[in-house]
Design a protein around this ligand. Structure first.
Ligand code: ADP
Ligand code: MG
Length: 379
């Protein structure tokens, strides 16, 4: 698995790397649009990973980062303390700067980094966090998983300048094989929950491009506006997700549309996600699956972040008798997850047929496994 990054390092720089580490992508089981509202999410780390192989730079090249990726090939060369490259190497430079602040790398460090990955970029599987977490783990293997997540988060948020939450980096650093992670985005509390079920990932092939960015920004603004209005009733309210679920009637009276629908989604999705984690803990997969369907319905009707393609997949899964299904990763296109029974060989082809009938093309379906978080690799 780490071979391609190690080989790329060797080919590019003419010597073997000194160390390597890898980090996974992720899929969120439930808890959609709860993260930036201070609510819970329930992601799993997946088997597809990004590997970073690292080594010292040439003598006399003080403060120079040389970075290469199988995805882009050209070698990026920058003074990482002084400049931030525009493209992908900014993630690596950001990690270096954060480690420098922690005194994890020497200030005059010359570094070489080679990246290889089997994660698709921009498909909602969080290749960006996998990249930053893998680089941080390779450069500072002795840091605790929480620290690695922090370094990677600040690299992406503060240096690259993406308005991301901390979920992606946290699951990439803390993920555990056959477990999901219940992560509370306000308190940052994290709980490992056993997850051994079969899960399909259906790619609708519709990339969430600009329209998704626009939709997401609009929803974030709506949620902020809802909090502002609800504060009149409950001045201590900081996060929309903290509004008590048993006060939904009060919330509905206080807000007009569309804020009402958005807020009802966030508050009910928050309760649903915590309940889902409990059910999973108790091995109640059937009931857990029902909550996935409910979550999708709430995303579709109240948060209006689904797409016809996603609805087609979820409806076909339900008709075929799957335990649960929903969009994952913000919506407006992208992927859906489908929870299936151990011996279910019917659901995947049924979804495939329905999708082909509706759109005249196939939707790639793969099975995902809850896998390990970041770890070092032998070089
Ligand atoms: P995703 O949902 O996959 O995280 P993002 O837009 O957040 O999508 O991050 C994608 C960006 O992360 C890419 O444009 C690139 O800059 C960087 N990236 C991810 N994987 C790699 C890789 N293997 N090599 C180089 N850059 C990568
Ligand atoms: Mg990302």
């Amino acid at each position: 698995m780490p071979r391609p990054a190690i080989d790329l390092f060797h080919e590019t720089f003419g010597s073997p790397p000194r160390a390597a580490a890898s980090a996974p992508g992720r899929v969120n089981l439930i808890g959609e649009h709860t993260d930036y509202n201070g609510g819970p999410v329930l992601p799993i780390a997946i088997a597809q990973r990004t590997t970073a192989a690292i080594g010292p730079g040439a003598a006399g090249e003080s403060g120079v980062l040389e970075a290469v990726s199988t995805r882009y090939r050209n070698v990026v060369r920058i003074k990482w303390q002084e400049e931030l490259p525009k493209g992908w190497a900014a993630y690596v430079a950001g990690v270096l700067r954060e480690l420098w602040a922690l005194e994890g790398v020497p200030p005059d460090g010359a570094v070489r980094v080679a990246i290889a990955s089997d994660l698709p970029v921009g498909a909602g599987l969080s290749s960006s966090a996998a990249l930053a977490v893998a680089a941080a783990k390779a450069l500072a293997p002795s840091l605790k998983p929480r620290q690695i997540a922090g370094v990677a988060f600040r690299a992406e948020h503060d240096h690259v300048g993406v308005r991301c939450g901390v979920m992606d980096q946290t699951i990439a650093a803390l993920g555990k094989r056959d477990h999901a992670l219940l992560f509370e985005c306000a308190s940052l509390a994290a709980t490992q929950i056993p997850f051994g079920a079969r899960l399909l990932l259906v790619d609708t092939g519709k990339r969430h491009d600009l329209s998704a960015g626009k939709g997401l920004n609009e929803r974030r603004a709506e949620c902020e506006e809802a909090v502002k209005r609800l504060k009149v009733e409950l001045p201590e309210l900081r996060w929309l997700a903290s509004w008590p679920a048993e006060w939904l009637p009060r919330l509905k009276r206080a807000l007009g549309e569309p804020l009402r629908s958005r807020a009802v989604h966030v508050v009910s999705e928050t309760a649903r996600t915590r309940f889902a984690a409990q059910l999973l803990q108790q091995g109640k997969l059937k009931q857990f699956g029902k909550l996935l369907y409910e979550s999708h319905e709430s995303c579709r009707r109240l948060y209006e972040c689904s797409s016809p393609e996603l609805d087609t997949v979820v409806a076909a899964a339900k008709r075929a008798g799957a335990l649960g299904a929903r969009l994952t990763g913000a919506g407006w296109g992208g992927a859906a997850i489908v929870l299936v029974g151990k011996n279910d060989n019917e659901t995947a082809p049924a979804i495939q047929r329905a999708f082909e009938r509706a759109y005249g093309r196939t939707a790639p379906i793969s099975e995902v496994q809850a896998s390990a978080g970041a770890h070092t690799e032998r070089v």
